[in-house]
Design a protein around this ligand. Structure first.
Ligand SMILES: [Zn+2]
Length: 313
Protein backbone atom coordinates (compact mmCIF):
# COMPACT_ATOMS: atom_id res chain seq x y z
CA UNK A 1 0.00 0.00 0.00
CA UNK A 2 1.23 3.42 -0.89
CA UNK A 3 2.35 5.47 2.10
CA UNK A 4 0.65 8.85 1.91
CA UNK A 5 1.55 11.54 4.40
CA UNK A 6 -0.76 14.36 5.39
CA UNK A 7 1.06 17.72 5.39
CA UNK A 8 -1.88 19.97 6.18
CA UNK A 9 -5.59 20.27 5.55
CA UNK A 10 -6.13 19.09 1.94
CA UNK A 11 -2.43 18.60 1.17
CA UNK A 12 -0.70 15.23 1.04
CA UNK A 13 2.65 13.90 -0.14
CA UNK A 14 3.85 10.49 -1.18
CA UNK A 15 7.00 8.76 -2.40
CA UNK A 16 7.20 8.22 -6.16
CA UNK A 17 9.94 5.57 -5.73
CA UNK A 18 11.85 7.20 -8.57
CA UNK A 19 14.12 4.52 -10.06
CA UNK A 20 12.97 2.23 -7.28
CA UNK A 21 14.60 4.44 -4.66
CA UNK A 22 12.97 5.35 -1.37
CA UNK A 23 13.17 8.97 -0.24
CA UNK A 24 14.26 10.21 -3.65
CA UNK A 25 11.25 11.99 -5.20
CA UNK A 26 7.99 13.15 -3.73
CA UNK A 27 4.75 14.20 -5.35
CA UNK A 28 2.12 16.38 -3.69
CA UNK A 29 -1.66 16.24 -3.96
CA UNK A 30 -4.26 18.85 -3.11
CA UNK A 31 -7.59 17.27 -2.24
CA UNK A 32 -9.63 20.46 -1.69
CA UNK A 33 -11.95 22.26 -4.12
CA UNK A 34 -9.63 21.37 -7.04
CA UNK A 35 -7.69 18.14 -7.16
CA UNK A 36 -4.13 19.08 -8.00
CA UNK A 37 -1.03 16.93 -8.43
CA UNK A 38 2.42 18.53 -8.21
CA UNK A 39 5.04 16.47 -10.17
CA UNK A 40 4.37 13.20 -11.97
CA UNK A 41 7.79 11.58 -11.66
CA UNK A 42 9.03 9.44 -14.53
CA UNK A 43 6.94 6.86 -16.36
CA UNK A 44 8.07 3.94 -14.13
CA UNK A 45 6.62 5.90 -11.15
CA UNK A 46 3.13 5.79 -12.63
CA UNK A 47 1.90 2.71 -10.71
CA UNK A 48 2.98 4.31 -7.40
CA UNK A 49 1.22 7.51 -8.37
CA UNK A 50 -2.02 5.68 -9.14
CA UNK A 51 -1.78 3.67 -5.90
CA UNK A 52 -1.20 6.82 -3.82
CA UNK A 53 -4.15 8.60 -5.43
CA UNK A 54 -6.29 5.54 -4.67
CA UNK A 55 -5.33 5.76 -0.98
CA UNK A 56 -6.79 9.27 -1.09
CA UNK A 57 -9.95 8.02 -2.76
CA UNK A 58 -8.92 9.50 -6.12
CA UNK A 59 -8.08 8.28 -9.59
CA UNK A 60 -6.14 10.13 -12.31
CA UNK A 61 -9.54 10.92 -13.87
CA UNK A 62 -10.33 13.12 -10.83
CA UNK A 63 -7.35 15.46 -11.30
CA UNK A 64 -8.13 19.04 -12.34
CA UNK A 65 -4.54 20.23 -12.59
CA UNK A 66 -1.12 18.63 -12.85
CA UNK A 67 1.68 21.08 -12.07
CA UNK A 68 5.15 20.16 -13.37
CA UNK A 69 7.97 22.35 -12.04
CA UNK A 70 10.22 21.55 -15.02
CA UNK A 71 10.52 18.85 -17.66
CA UNK A 72 13.55 16.90 -16.45
CA UNK A 73 12.50 13.28 -16.73
CA UNK A 74 12.44 12.54 -13.01
CA UNK A 75 9.87 15.34 -12.66
CA UNK A 76 7.68 15.13 -15.74
CA UNK A 77 8.82 12.12 -17.78
CA UNK A 78 5.58 10.40 -16.80
CA UNK A 79 3.33 13.33 -17.77
CA UNK A 80 2.33 11.83 -21.12
CA UNK A 81 1.38 8.47 -19.64
CA UNK A 82 -0.65 10.25 -16.96
CA UNK A 83 -2.36 12.43 -19.58
CA UNK A 84 -3.52 9.23 -21.27
CA UNK A 85 -5.58 8.29 -18.20
CA UNK A 86 -6.37 11.87 -17.14
CA UNK A 87 -7.73 13.43 -20.36
CA UNK A 88 -9.65 16.04 -18.32
CA UNK A 89 -6.57 17.30 -16.45
CA UNK A 90 -4.78 20.53 -17.34
CA UNK A 91 -0.99 20.29 -17.20
CA UNK A 92 0.48 23.55 -15.92
CA UNK A 93 3.97 24.38 -17.18
CA UNK A 94 6.61 27.09 -17.56
CA UNK A 95 6.53 28.82 -20.98
CA UNK A 96 9.83 27.14 -21.98
CA UNK A 97 8.71 23.74 -20.66
CA UNK A 98 5.30 23.52 -22.36
CA UNK A 99 6.68 22.76 -25.82
CA UNK A 100 8.69 19.83 -24.45
CA UNK A 101 5.58 18.33 -22.86
CA UNK A 102 3.74 18.65 -26.17
CA UNK A 103 6.66 17.27 -28.21
CA UNK A 104 9.28 15.49 -26.11
CA UNK A 105 11.59 14.68 -29.06
CA UNK A 106 14.30 17.21 -28.09
CA UNK A 107 13.95 16.33 -24.42
CA UNK A 108 14.54 12.66 -25.19
CA UNK A 109 17.58 13.52 -27.34
CA UNK A 110 19.00 15.70 -24.55
CA UNK A 111 18.44 13.00 -21.95
CA UNK A 112 20.02 10.41 -24.24
CA UNK A 113 23.18 12.57 -24.27
CA UNK A 114 23.26 12.54 -20.44
CA UNK A 115 22.07 9.00 -19.66
CA UNK A 116 23.12 7.09 -22.81
CA UNK A 117 21.93 3.49 -22.92
CA UNK A 118 20.43 3.74 -19.43
CA UNK A 119 17.74 6.15 -20.65
CA UNK A 120 15.05 3.56 -21.41
CA UNK A 121 15.82 1.49 -18.30
CA UNK A 122 15.71 4.56 -16.01
CA UNK A 123 12.81 6.46 -17.51
CA UNK A 124 10.71 4.09 -19.65
CA UNK A 125 8.50 5.46 -22.39
CA UNK A 126 8.20 9.23 -22.70
CA UNK A 127 4.90 10.19 -24.31
CA UNK A 128 3.61 13.62 -25.39
CA UNK A 129 0.88 15.52 -23.55
CA UNK A 130 -1.87 16.71 -25.94
CA UNK A 131 -1.50 20.45 -26.59
CA UNK A 132 -5.10 21.16 -25.56
CA UNK A 133 -4.22 19.88 -22.05
CA UNK A 134 -1.24 22.23 -21.53
CA UNK A 135 -1.57 25.59 -19.77
CA UNK A 136 1.38 28.00 -19.67
CA UNK A 137 1.95 30.12 -16.57
CA UNK A 138 4.33 33.04 -16.97
CA UNK A 139 6.23 34.68 -14.13
CA UNK A 140 3.68 36.11 -11.67
CA UNK A 141 0.67 34.37 -13.22
CA UNK A 142 -1.89 32.92 -10.84
CA UNK A 143 -4.22 29.93 -10.84
CA UNK A 144 -7.42 29.52 -8.83
CA UNK A 145 -7.67 26.20 -6.98
CA UNK A 146 -11.15 27.10 -5.70
CA UNK A 147 -10.08 27.35 -2.07
CA UNK A 148 -6.89 29.36 -2.75
CA UNK A 149 -5.10 31.22 -5.52
CA UNK A 150 -1.52 30.15 -6.16
CA UNK A 151 1.16 32.12 -8.02
CA UNK A 152 3.89 30.82 -10.32
CA UNK A 153 7.38 32.31 -10.44
CA UNK A 154 10.09 31.87 -13.05
CA UNK A 155 12.94 30.28 -11.07
CA UNK A 156 15.98 29.53 -13.27
CA UNK A 157 19.37 28.35 -11.99
CA UNK A 158 18.80 24.59 -12.06
CA UNK A 159 16.96 24.78 -15.40
CA UNK A 160 15.92 27.69 -17.59
CA UNK A 161 12.44 26.20 -17.98
CA UNK A 162 11.77 25.87 -14.23
CA UNK A 163 8.99 27.57 -12.27
CA UNK A 164 8.03 27.35 -8.62
CA UNK A 165 4.55 27.61 -7.13
CA UNK A 166 3.67 29.75 -4.12
CA UNK A 167 0.67 28.87 -1.97
CA UNK A 168 -0.14 31.84 0.30
CA UNK A 169 -2.59 29.83 2.44
CA UNK A 170 0.09 27.30 3.38
CA UNK A 171 2.91 29.88 3.25
CA UNK A 172 4.66 27.33 1.08
CA UNK A 173 6.80 27.20 -2.04
CA UNK A 174 6.81 24.09 -4.21
CA UNK A 175 10.37 24.40 -5.43
CA UNK A 176 11.02 21.44 -7.74
CA UNK A 177 14.84 21.47 -7.89
CA UNK A 178 15.19 25.28 -7.67
CA UNK A 179 16.01 25.20 -3.94
CA UNK A 180 18.19 22.14 -3.86
CA UNK A 181 17.75 18.54 -2.89
CA UNK A 182 16.84 17.50 0.62
CA UNK A 183 18.78 14.31 1.37
CA UNK A 184 16.88 12.23 3.89
CA UNK A 185 17.88 9.15 5.91
CA UNK A 186 15.56 6.94 3.87
CA UNK A 187 17.63 7.74 0.80
CA UNK A 188 21.20 8.00 2.12
CA UNK A 189 20.97 5.57 5.02
CA UNK A 190 22.69 8.23 7.16
CA UNK A 191 21.05 9.34 10.40
CA UNK A 192 20.79 13.04 9.49
CA UNK A 193 19.52 15.18 6.67
CA UNK A 194 20.95 18.05 4.65
CA UNK A 195 20.25 20.21 1.61
CA UNK A 196 22.59 20.53 -1.38
CA UNK A 197 21.95 22.07 -4.79
CA UNK A 198 21.43 20.12 -7.98
CA UNK A 199 23.83 21.50 -10.61
CA UNK A 200 22.97 19.04 -13.36
CA UNK A 201 23.55 19.89 -17.05
CA UNK A 202 23.06 21.93 -19.09
CA UNK A 203 21.42 25.03 -17.63
CA UNK A 204 23.12 25.31 -14.25
CA UNK A 205 23.83 28.98 -13.56
CA UNK A 206 25.00 30.01 -10.08
CA UNK A 207 24.02 33.67 -10.55
CA UNK A 208 20.52 32.63 -11.54
CA UNK A 209 20.32 30.39 -8.46
CA UNK A 210 21.18 33.37 -6.23
CA UNK A 211 18.51 35.51 -7.92
CA UNK A 212 15.98 32.72 -7.58
CA UNK A 213 16.73 32.40 -3.87
CA UNK A 214 16.32 36.16 -3.41
CA UNK A 215 13.05 36.13 -5.32
CA UNK A 216 11.51 33.26 -3.36
CA UNK A 217 12.90 34.52 -0.04
CA UNK A 218 11.07 37.81 -0.65
CA UNK A 219 7.79 35.86 -0.45
CA UNK A 220 8.73 34.99 3.15
CA UNK A 221 7.42 31.42 3.00
CA UNK A 222 7.55 29.17 6.09
CA UNK A 223 8.08 25.92 4.27
CA UNK A 224 9.66 24.70 1.06
CA UNK A 225 8.34 21.55 -0.56
CA UNK A 226 11.23 20.03 -2.49
CA UNK A 227 10.60 17.36 -5.07
CA UNK A 228 13.67 15.58 -3.68
CA UNK A 229 12.46 15.06 -0.88
CA UNK A 230 9.62 16.51 1.15
CA UNK A 231 9.43 19.66 3.27
CA UNK A 232 12.23 21.82 4.69
CA UNK A 233 11.89 24.92 6.85
CA UNK A 234 12.20 27.59 4.14
CA UNK A 235 15.35 29.17 5.54
CA UNK A 236 17.08 25.77 5.64
CA UNK A 237 16.37 25.35 1.92
CA UNK A 238 17.52 28.89 1.04
CA UNK A 239 20.72 28.74 3.12
CA UNK A 240 21.59 25.17 2.06
CA UNK A 241 21.13 25.99 -1.61
CA UNK A 242 23.26 29.14 -1.45
CA UNK A 243 26.03 27.57 0.62
CA UNK A 244 26.11 24.52 -1.64
CA UNK A 245 26.15 26.49 -4.88
CA UNK A 246 29.04 28.62 -3.63
CA UNK A 247 30.92 25.51 -2.47
CA UNK A 248 30.36 23.62 -5.75
CA UNK A 249 31.18 26.60 -7.95
CA UNK A 250 34.35 27.49 -6.03
CA UNK A 251 35.49 23.89 -6.33
CA UNK A 252 34.79 23.79 -10.07
CA UNK A 253 36.46 27.18 -10.67
CA UNK A 254 39.60 26.01 -8.87
CA UNK A 255 39.72 22.52 -10.35
CA UNK A 256 38.86 23.43 -13.93
CA UNK A 257 41.30 23.55 -16.79
CA UNK A 258 40.76 22.91 -20.49
CA UNK A 259 41.41 19.16 -20.16
CA UNK A 260 39.41 18.54 -16.95
CA UNK A 261 37.05 15.55 -17.21
CA UNK A 262 33.74 15.11 -15.42
CA UNK A 263 35.22 12.09 -13.63
CA UNK A 264 37.93 14.30 -12.11
CA UNK A 265 35.38 16.88 -11.05
CA UNK A 266 33.16 14.15 -9.58
CA UNK A 267 36.07 12.78 -7.51
CA UNK A 268 36.88 16.29 -6.23
CA UNK A 269 33.21 16.95 -5.47
CA UNK A 270 32.90 13.68 -3.58
CA UNK A 271 35.85 14.64 -1.35
CA UNK A 272 34.52 18.15 -0.85
CA UNK A 273 31.05 16.94 0.20
CA UNK A 274 32.55 14.38 2.58
CA UNK A 275 34.70 17.12 4.13
CA UNK A 276 31.72 19.47 4.36
CA UNK A 277 29.66 16.82 6.15
CA UNK A 278 32.52 16.31 8.62
CA UNK A 279 32.77 20.10 9.13
CA UNK A 280 29.07 19.97 10.00
CA UNK A 281 29.68 17.38 12.70
CA UNK A 282 28.75 14.26 10.77
CA UNK A 283 31.83 12.27 11.64
CA UNK A 284 30.48 8.77 11.11
CA UNK A 285 32.20 6.86 8.32
CA UNK A 286 30.01 7.74 5.35
CA UNK A 287 29.91 5.93 2.07
CA UNK A 288 29.63 9.01 -0.06
CA UNK A 289 29.24 6.76 -3.12
CA UNK A 290 25.57 6.56 -2.11
CA UNK A 291 25.20 10.00 -3.66
CA UNK A 292 26.78 8.59 -6.84
CA UNK A 293 24.27 9.52 -9.55
CA UNK A 294 23.77 13.01 -8.13
CA UNK A 295 27.50 13.65 -7.88
CA UNK A 296 27.95 12.46 -11.46
CA UNK A 297 25.18 14.77 -12.73
CA UNK A 298 26.39 17.68 -10.61
CA UNK A 299 29.96 17.22 -11.90
CA UNK A 300 28.75 17.07 -15.52
CA UNK A 301 26.68 20.22 -15.00
CA UNK A 302 29.58 22.08 -13.37
CA UNK A 303 31.89 21.05 -16.22
CA UNK A 304 29.37 22.23 -18.79
CA UNK A 305 29.07 25.52 -16.94
CA UNK A 306 32.85 25.99 -16.85
CA UNK A 307 33.19 25.11 -20.55
CA UNK A 308 30.24 27.04 -21.97
CA UNK A 309 28.54 29.41 -19.61
CA UNK A 310 31.11 30.92 -17.30
CA UNK A 311 32.37 34.29 -18.39
CA UNK A 312 36.01 34.63 -17.49
CA UNK A 313 37.61 37.99 -16.70
ZN1 LIG B 1 15.12 16.44 -10.09
Amino acid sequence: MAAVRKLSENLFMFDLFEQGLRGRSSAYVYTGARKVLVETGSTPCHPYLVAALKTLGLTPADLDYVVVTHVHLDHAGGAGVLAGVAPQATFVAHPRAARHLIDPTKLIAGAKAVYGDDLERFFGQILPVPERQVLIREDGDTLDFGDRVVTFYDTPGHAKHHFSMHDPVLSAVFSGDALGVRYVAEFTGWPFEFVLPSTSPSDFDPKAVEKTVDKLRALAPSVVYHTHFGPSPAETAFAGTLEGVRMFTLLADNAYSADTTWEQLAAALEQRIAAWLRENGHVEPLDIADLGVDIELDAKGLLYYEQHARTRP
